[in-house]
Ligand binder design. Structure first.
Ligand code: NAP
Length: 203
């Protein structure tokens, strides 16, 4: 398995990188600042680049089995970055012949989320919700073989625990650890169980 990981220096992405290497995958991380990648492993290739740069993505994407996006704009303010990331990534994937895409998103987008989540999605996280919705639209219209993984609050624990996954439905708990999220995402890369599906995932 050869993975192309975006956002590997972030909270979710770093757990994904650790577990992918533990599973014996070949992993390419495409990062703005290579010095932030502490892992050293013969299966790891670190490429410096910006996720908005289609030409650079086109150079490095061919030959990978799947792309995982753990990108985030890193702001609570209004941002079109998530949409533009996915526009660049999906165009480059199509050009490069890489079809499988797994993307992290947010539980705020479930209409049946609990009251607290709905309120948070309308107030403090309203811009994240809007940006993630725009991102999901790009992914769903891309023609790629995608899975969108909507998660609640991410906790710092790197250990891989049990998870609950619900296709098209809000997950049962309000958080998930980084390690458990990574376990689900990499299991889905192997099993391809939720193709062209939005899933809710939590502890
Ligand atoms: N954290 C949570 O509690 C939570 C909850 C629900 C959903 N999510 C979702 O999970 C996803 C990941 O979240 P996170 O908290 O792990 O994010 P994060 O820690 O803020 O990491 C974001 C990643 O995106 C990278 N990035 C930003 N702009 C880039 C660019 N132009 N080119 C290349 N890389 C770029 C960052 O790289 P740099 O290191 O260079 O900045 C970093 O690796 C997001 O979609 C988020 O909405 C997170």
């Amino acid at each position: 398995m050869k993975l192309f990981l975006l956002g590997a220096t972030g909270k979710a992405g770093s757990a994904l990188l650790d577990q992918a290497l533990q599973r014996g995958y070949l992993v390419t991380v495409f990062v703005r600042t290579p010095a932030k990648i502490i892992a050293r492993h013969p299966n790891l290739t670190v490429v410096q680049g910006d996720a908005l740069d289609i030409e650079a993505l086109n150079v490095h994407l061919p030959g990978h089995d799947a792309v995982i996006s753990a990108l985030s704009p890193g702001t609570l303010k209004h941002s079109t970055l998530l949409r533009r990331f996915m526009e660049a990534v999906t165009v480059a994937m199509t050009d490069s012949g890489v079809k499988r895409l797994l993307v992290l998103s947010v539980t705020f987008l479930f209409h049946n989320a609990g009251l607290l989540t709905l309120v948070a999605g309308k107030t403090i996280f309203r811009n994240i919700k809007r940006g993630s919705q725009e991102m999901e639209e790009v992914v769903q219209n891309s023609g790629l073989v995608w899975t969108i993984i909507r998660l609640p609050r991410l906790t710092a624990d790197g250990r891989a625990g049990e998870y609950h996954v619900r296709p098209g439905h809000v997950p049962p708990a309000r958080s998930i650890s980084r390690g458990t999220l990574a376990r689900f995402v990499l299991t889905e890369v192997e099993r391809n169980q939720f193709l062209r599906t939005v899933v809710g995932i939590s502890a």
